[in-house]
Design a protein around this ligand. Structure first.
Ligand code: NOJ
Ligand code: CA
Length: 725
């Protein structure tokens, strides 16, 4: 074998996978960086019944799980059992994402539908007794942490349980309790703690925000008590030790309010947070990117999932669609590494179509793609067992059929999870197309000297002759270097040879093949700090931010937000913890300077958003803002959160159809508390073009010390002369 000086090749890497790696920068103690993680999504009720004593009573549960709208008995004890017996850790799972853990309605709706899924909450500060007590939950967190596994919960801010405007006796009347004390009910809601605008037809974001989703009692987060309750409730679960949040139906809650909620979370105990902005196969992607870039949380990457499913499951698109999706999402997300990728979940039919070998291979290819692409993969429970679920809920939420650790997919996930843990290219690397035709996609992830090259041939019959493949995989001193397939040729791959002219020796890729080759940079050789990730990427002064990467050195250097140095709390060679400095609100690049070796600086990690202080959600309403049917009204103000008076950063379009109607417009925005703000309105044609500004002096408001707020003003009129602000 040729000598290796600077790089470690795949066989060595495979050997390292079982070894303990030095100073993991993003292990269980790092709750904001999921770049080295693999998430496993569990519908708690459908995983394993570890404690039959907590199963709901007669009529509400079916222990054989034949009545799939009832509880089937799964609970946190079942998950604990599968952590303790090594099933989850053995697969390389390092995060579990579990169903909403909160107390749910115990009504059997229409005598048939139970809340086994967890999306019908009645008390967000209590646990669902069918899953366990709060002590059981804390034990789950403790056991998970002891096994190097983070716990992410699904959390709901949008709704309570199904309710009917005309029938207060229906179900639980959408009641919400605050640790046992009644806070609100859907009918008899004089204070307006819920929205009462009927059911959404999904025709616009405004419609989805203010109307109910499938008659689920729709909370008004802007109501001061609901606002306070939702912020307290999430802190209750943060204090129970969780490491991450999936936020349900973020499309149905205002982005302004959610920014204020994220600020409260990051100031209390920063954890990785991803919202479910559902995007169907024919939807446009733009609003989900906007949400990911503006809300302070990541998203479940539906553009990734839908395209991957179209290519591998539905076979309605070819490999160039994957490449185009990677290119487009890579440019559209401000932080592509922070999005959660997936191939199926509890709201979609499962990816495996049948028990045939060909259909298994399709699932394996989709899984390999999500495990090696940018972002953090979420594996839906049972996919590793090729569980079938050819329809929507509850068909796709069957009881876990077996815990077989010998399936090919279980083995693949284990190998790729180990590679993701150990090779920074899979954590922080960009993703570049290397070779592409309708059936074959070869791409490379790279981060400084670390490389992972992946090849997938989706054809079931055609062998690909791969010639002129370029790669950053290094050669040996003066000659080619052979790389073994990380998947140990289990999926049709073989070794390849990287040549010193930057090409790979021609090879054949078998029909259905999946192959992965990797090289890891030798940690001791580099002089320059390599900053791979920082999180969270939004916060007020004082919030803790963790930076991960390589070669930061062992003595404390400095971390700059723009030009401002941050207070350093911890410094290791691959992880630094700092506090956001007290600087003006705005967007900043982060850089790391090491102390040794000539104060070398890292490349900038872009777009940290410093907030102007603790946030509140403020509803701004403007009356008499007349606009033509093809014009929309926007809002801008003198603080960063309101666009810093720059028309290009104005917020909106404001809404004009549901709560108020033209010529009254409204928008919920996140702004600093205790602040004197000035703001004005502008209008623009929907098709674009120049803005027309409001005339006269700006409006002013001083925000309150806490809670949500509302302000209503009358437009001064439009300044027709001021066409170019
Ligand atoms: C999205 C969840 O994933 C889905 O399962 C649920 O029914 C709705 N949100 C409502 O909570
Ligand atoms: Ca049980």
């Amino acid at each position: 074998m040729p000598s290796l000086n600077k790089f470690l090749c795949a066989p060595l890497l495979a050997a390292m996978a079982g070894a303990v790696l030095a100073a993991p920068s993003n292990g269980v103690q790092n709750r904001v960086d999921y770049t080295s993680d693999v998430v496993y999504q569990i519908v708690t009720d459908r995983f394993l019944d570890g404690n039959p004593a907590n199963n709901p009573g007669a009529g509400h549960s079916a222990s054989d799980c034949t009545k799939t709208e009832l509880y089937c008995g799964g609970d946190w004890q079942g998950i604990i059992n599968k952590i303790e017996d090594g099933y989850l850790g053995g697969m390389g799972v390092s995060v579990i994402l579990i169903s909403p853990p909160v107390q749910n309605s115990d009504v059997l709706f229409s005598g048939l539908y139970s809340s086994y899924h967890g999306y019908w909450p009645v008390d967000l500060k209590r646990s669902n007794p069918a899953f366990g007590t709060m002590d059981d939950f804390k034990r789950l967190v403790k056991v998970a942490h002891a096994h190097g596994i983070k716990v992410m919960i699904d959390f709901i801010t949008n709704q309570t349980s199904p309710a009917l405007e005309e029938d207060p006796g229906f179900g639980d009347n959408g009641k919400l309790y605050d640790d046992g004390k009644l806070l609100s009910a859907f009918s008899d809601d004089e204070e307006g703690k819920y929205h009462h605008y009927g059911e959404t037809d999904f025709s616009s974001i405004e419609d989805e925000l203010h109307k109910s989703l499938y008659n689920l009692a729709d909370l008004d987060q802007q109501h001061p008590q609901i606002d306070r309750y939702l912020k307290e409730a999430v802190k209750f679960w943060l204090d129970a030790g969780i490491d991450g949040l999936r936020v349900d139906t973020v499309k149905h809650v205002s982005t302004g309010w959610q920014r204020s909620w994220m600020d409260a979370i990051y100031a209390h105990r920063p954890v990785f947070t991803a919202g479910e902005w559902y995007v169907s196969r024919d939807d446009v992607w733009g609003p989900s990117f906007d949400f990911a870039n503006q809300s302070g949380m990541s998203v479940l990457d539906f553009p990734f999932a839908q395209t991957t499913r179209e290519v591998f499951r539905y076979r309605s698109k070819d490999m160039p669609a994957l490449d185009q999706m990677i290119e487009r999402t890579g440019a559209a997300y401000a932080h592509p590494l922070d999005q959660l990728t997936f191939i199926d979940n509890h709201d979609q039919n499962r990816v495996t179509l049948s028990d045939s070998a060909a259909h298994h291979r399709q699932t394996e290819q989709a899984m390999a793609f999500s495990m090696t692409s940018r972002g953090t993969p979420v594996i839906y429970y049972g996919t590793e067992q090729y569980l079938l679920g050819p329809g929507h809920a509850p068909i796709n939420r069957a009881l876990m059929p077996s815990f077989d650790t010998s399936t090919p997919l279980y083995g693949m996930i284990r190998r790729l999870a180990a590679l993701k843990k150990s090779n920074p290219a899979l954590q922080f690397g960009d993703q570049q197309r290397r070779w592409l035709n309708a059936d074959v996609y070869i791409y490379e992830r790279s981060f400084h000297g670390n490389r992972v090259l992946v090849a997938i041939n989706k054809s079931i019959s055609v062998t690909a002759d791969v010639k002129d493949l370029r790669s950053g995989l290094p050669c040996a001193k003066g000659g080619p270097l052979s790389y073994a397939d990380v998947l140990e040729q289990q999926f049709g791959g073989a070794a390849i040879e990287a040549r010193c002219d930057g090409t790979v020796a021609p090879f054949q890729l078998a029909p259905g093949a999946i192959a992965v080759w990797a090289a890891r940079e030798d940690d001791t050789a580099s002089q320059t700090p390599a900053l791979g990730h920082a999180g969270p990427m939004l916060g007020r002064a004082g919030v803790e931010v963790v930076l991960s990467g390589q070669h930061f050195g062992t003595s404390r250097g400095s971390v700059l937000f723009g030009q401002a140095a941050a207070d350093i709390l911890e410094w290791e060679d691959s992880m630094i913890k700092v506090r956001v400095p007290a600087i003006a609100a705005g967007r900043y690049d982060l850089t790391v300077r090491r102390k040794e070796r000539g104060s070398a600086a890292s490349e900038a990690y872009k777009n940290f958003e410093v907030l102007g202080g603790p946030q509140q959600s403020l509803r701004i309403i403007v009356d008499q803002a007349l606009a033509a049917p093809d014009e929309q009204v926007y809002l801008l103000g003198d603080v960063h959160e309101l666009g810093g008076n720059q028309p290009a950063h104005a917020l909106g379009p404001m809404f004009d159809k549901v709560v108020y109607r033209r010529p009254t417009w409204y928008l919920d925005v996140s702004v600093p508390v205790n602040s004197a703000l000035s703001y004005r309105f502008m209008k623009k044609k929907t098709a674009g073009g120049e803005a027309v500004m409001e005339s006269g002096p700006p409006h002013t408001v001083t925000t309150s010390a806490a809670g949500s707020g509302v302000v209503r003003v009358k437009l001064n009129g439009w300044n027709a002369a001021e066409q170019k602000p």
